[in-house]
Design a protein around this ligand. Structure first.
Ligand SMILES: [Zn+2]
Length: 111
C-alpha cells in the first residue's frame, strides 16, 4: 500500500514526466462536492447523493460539479499572475522554458 504522501510525490513526478503539473487543492476549505460550481452556495450532501441540484437551477452529476468547483478554484488561484509566476508556484525548483508559455495577452479597444 502506498502512503498518501508518497502517492502525491508519485503523482507529481508522473505529471512532470507527461509535461504537466499536479496541484494539491485545499479541499477542506473548498468543499468541492458540497459547493455549487455555478453560484457557490454550499449544501451538505451524503455520499450516496450522486446528483447535484441547486436552487440556482444548476443540475449535473456530483462528480462533474466537484470537478468544476476545483477547476474554478485553480483558475482563481492562477489568474492575474504572469505565467512565469504561476509556474514557479506550482513547480518550485524547476527551470522554466519561457518560450513554451503563451505570450502575454493585451486588450485592444474596439471603436
Ligand atoms: Zn447554484
Amino acid at each position: 500500500m502506498v502512503r498518501f504522501g508518497a502517492f502525491h510525490q508519485l503523482l507529481k513526478l508522473k505529471a512532470e514526466e507527461a509535461g504537466a503539473w499536479a496541484v494539491e487543492a485545499p479541499t477542506r476549505q473548498i468543499k468541492p462536492s458540497q459547493t455549487c460550481h455555478a453560484c457557490g452556495q454550499q449544501e451538505k450532501k451524503p455520499l450516496s447523493q450522486r446528483w447535484h441540484s441547486c436552487p440556482c437551477g444548476t443540475s449535473c452529476s456530483r462528480d462533474e460539479n466537484a470537478a468544476r468547483v476545483l477547476l474554478a478554484w485553480l483558475e482563481r488561484s492562477l489568474s492575474g499572475r504572469e505565467p512565469a509566476d504561476a509556474w514557479r508556484e506550482v513547480r518550485p525548483g524547476h527551470p522554466l522554458d519561457e518560450s513554451a508559455l503563451p505570450s502575454k495577452r493585451e486588450t485592444h479597444a474596439v471603436a
